[in-house]
Ligand binder design. Sequence first.
Ligand SMILES: CC(C)(COP(=O)(O)OP(=O)(O)OC[C@H]1O[C@@H](n2cnc3c(N)ncnc32)[C@H](O)[C@@H]1OP(=O)(O)O)[C@@H](O)C(=O)NCCC(=O)NCCS
Length: 201
Amino acid sequence: MTFILNEIAMQAPFFIGLAGEPDIRVAEETPADVGARENLLDAAFGPARREKTAERLREGRLPAQGLALVMKDSEQLVGTLRMWKILAGETPALLLGPLAIASAYRSRGLGRRLTAEALFRAVAAGHNAILLVGDAPYYEPFGFSRRHTLGLSLPGPVDEARFLGLEIKPGALKGAKGLVAAAGAHDWEAYGGSADYRRAA
Ligand SMILES: CC(C)(COP(=O)(O)OP(=O)(O)OC[C@H]1O[C@@H](n2cnc3c(N)ncnc32)[C@H](O)[C@@H]1OP(=O)(O)O)[C@@H](O)C(=O)NCCC(=O)NCCS
């Protein structure tokens, strides 16, 4: 299945409503979600998740405004996806991740739904480009490609085949080169300095 970004932008709400699971919804994350989200991430990635190079771009920062999303089945948190402001060399962009769906809910299309919803919101918020470190077979159908990150490097080791980019605005990553750096607001600037929120990657 191949999605084209403009189609996602145009049709995401319709697409999201297609799954026929009316109790499952996407919402912006709140501090009350932190505990369940942390448990989900621990189960999905294990304790080594904080050693990931992408974490160097997230630690100490807040997610991009409106782009920390959770998926819930009634009140139970079953999915999470965040995006973060970064500088790709000199180009403002977002970093997507982590994405996780609770194991009991996988292979029902929920990961794609949550990703599509996040992309839709990123487009609507006027962002120009998105980077991620993840499995190409999962993200390429959304338009992510290694070719957009060839001039860029991350602040730590990474399997380069998993370092992917997506241009929301055509050409946004053309010529982007240099180090990718965190650009989000520092985490003490919101949520009343909540320690629970700060420890959430
Ligand atoms: C990856 C993840 C978010 C997918 O969630 P999901 O709700 O199961 O995804 P969907 O139902 O939308 O899509 C499932 C399809 O994606 C495929 N898929 C799942 N993980 C994949 C991966 N890492 N690489 C390639 N394809 C993958 C499955 O084979 C499945 O294909 P099928 O429907 O033909 O069986 C979920 O498996 C998860 O949380 N994994 C642990 C954390 C993780 O790896 N996060 C992503 C980091 S790149």
